[in-house]
Design a protein around this ligand. Structure first.
Ligand SMILES: Cc1ncc(COP(=O)(O)O)c(C=O)c1O
Length: 462
């Protein structure tokens, strides 16, 4: 019998099982393999590709873990309906045609600083034209100094020589992983993680492993167990106002995580994108193990989403490889962005913007507490999200569909779960993207209303 799926599998791509997962993902994305398509059995595919059955088993397992396919007992393996990790970011960014968007994680646009005033000020400077020259791959030194100054104000001392300018935190993650890891390497991260790290792992062919979390973030015992059992190359964590669960990892926990990373030679990526919004900042992991950690900051959440300026404080020995990777990915950051950031840092605009954002968050989080307080939620006075654990019998995708039908977009836990099969029944509500406070209140009331009822029997999965 002819095999029903004939993937193109360049044997030079290693490891083979991940190459097969990529081929599967590509064919799903291109529409060649539609939802519900029954894949060949493992034996059929192995025979067709002339590879070991074990390789196909591993590939199908990995694809299932990523939500690309699902096994249905003896009936076989089918193309699944959950978005792939690669499309996790895309599904979050999907244009929302609804009135109330709690799906996208944006800071409130109405509080963005006055861009026109900044541009006029920069335009008057005699050296303004120099901003049209290429910047060095690590960024202009004046911008690296601004990055180091911002880090210092948050409690991290970094030598400006080790500070790199990039195009936001997502670019930082891709660049660091590309500089530090090779296809097949393992990256550990919180069991519910910012979806952009899944996208990076997918692009670079890294394997992702989830580490259990509690209300204080990564659980040290779980991290140690993962390190004992697997050759972990990188740990990605987002310890301050974690996306999506809102936790803040206390200093003691950070010390434990740093000690384990040190013991097992794991390189840590500490994504501190929301740290500027915290009032009481714990000590950073990167201060404890500067030789094996990358500290990541970005202007996107605390200043403005379109100001694409990220900063990386790198281990001194990684300077050259990071410079080379930045050069390969960008040549050099557009200097105008860093110039606007530096101006705003030095004239106090950033401090004022952050203060305004914190006030807005405090209002939104308090409102969420008032409207959803009788349900299981995790809020934080200066956080952007509400992590909502759903009462029985809701699942995240069903709830998201119901909310969408009522005009509110939310993000189901599956988008963040490293292991989708065991995702909790939950959703993330991001309260920053809506245009006005009335929308926040109205959206939260709709959520409360749905929670007070039960799923309609005719809801479809997203
Ligand atoms: C935890 C986290 N890290 C990184 C990013 C990406 O940030 P940027 O817009 O600076 O690329 C986001 C965006 O949502 C995020 O939530």
């Amino acid at each position: 019998m002819e095999v029903t799926w004939k993937p193109a599998l360049p044997k030079s791509e290693k490891p083979l099982y991940l190459a097969l997962v990529r081929a599967l993902s590509r064919d799903i994305e291109s529409g060649r393999l539609p939802k519900g398509f029954r894949l060949p059995t493992q034996r059929e595919l192995a025979d067709y590709l002339k590879i070991a059955v074990g390789t196909v088993t591993r590939a199908y397992d990995e694809a299932e873990r990523k939500g690309l396919v699902y096994g249905d007992g003896r009936r076989g393996t089918f193309v699944g309906e959950l978005p792939s990790p690669k499309s996790s970011l895309a599904s979050l960014a999907k244009a929302v045609t609804l009135g109330i968007d709690f799906r996208q994680n944006h800071p409130a646009h109405r509080l963005d600083p006055d861009l026109g005033a900044a541009l006029r000020q920069i335009a008057q400077r005699p050296e303004c034209r120099d901003l049209l020259l290429y910047a060095p791959p690590a960024g202009l030194m004046s911008h690296r100094l601004a990055g180091a100054k911002w880090m210092d104000s948050l409690g991290l001392t970094a030598d400006p020589e080790n500070v790199f300018v990039c195009g936001g935190a997502q670019h930082a993650l891709l660049t660091i992983c590309a500089a530090e890891a090779r296809a097949g390497d393992i990256i550990a991260c919180e069991e519910y993680a910012y979806p952009g790290v899944k996208t990076v792992a997918d692009i670079l062919g890294l394997q992702q492993v989830g580490v259990a979390i509690d209300e204080n973030g990564l659980i040290p015992e779980s991290f140690e167990e993962v390190c004992r059992n697997k050759a972990i190359r990188l740990l990605y964590c987002n310890p301050s106002l974690q996306n999506p669960t809102n936790y803040v990892m206390p200093t003691q926990r950070r010390r434990q995580i740093a000690a384990i990373a040190d013991k097992y030679h794991v390189c840590v990526i500490e994504d501190e994108i929301l740290a500027p919004l915290l009032d009481d900042r714990p000590g950073f992991i990167s201060s404890l193990i500067p030789d094996r950690s990358y500290f990541v900051l970005s202007s996107s959440k605390s200043v403005a989403a379109g100001l694409r300026v990220g900063f990386i404080a790198a281990p001194p020995q990684a300077r050259q490889s990071l410079t080379d990777t930045l050069q390969g990915s960008m040549l050099g950051m557009p200097p105008l962005m860093g110039e606007i950031f530096s101006l705003w840092l030095n004239d106090g605009t950033i401090e004022k913007t952050i203060a305004a954002r914190k006030l807005e968050s405090a209002w939104a989080q308090q409102t969420a507490g008032e409207i959803l307080g009788r349900f299981t939620i995790r809020t934080h006075p200066t956080g952007y999200h509400v992590w909502l654990l759903l009462p029985e019998p809701w699942t995240g995708p069903e709830f998201a569909t119901e909310a969408q039908m009522r005009g509110v977009a939310v993000a189901p836990a599956e988008i963040f779960a490293v292991d989708r099969k065991s995702a909790v029944n939950g959703v993330r509500l991001s309260l920053g993207a809506v245009p006005a406070r009335e929308h926040v209140t109205a959206g939260l009331k709709i959520i409360a209303d749905i929670l007070s009822g039960s799923p309609r029997h005719d809801t479809v999965r997203v």
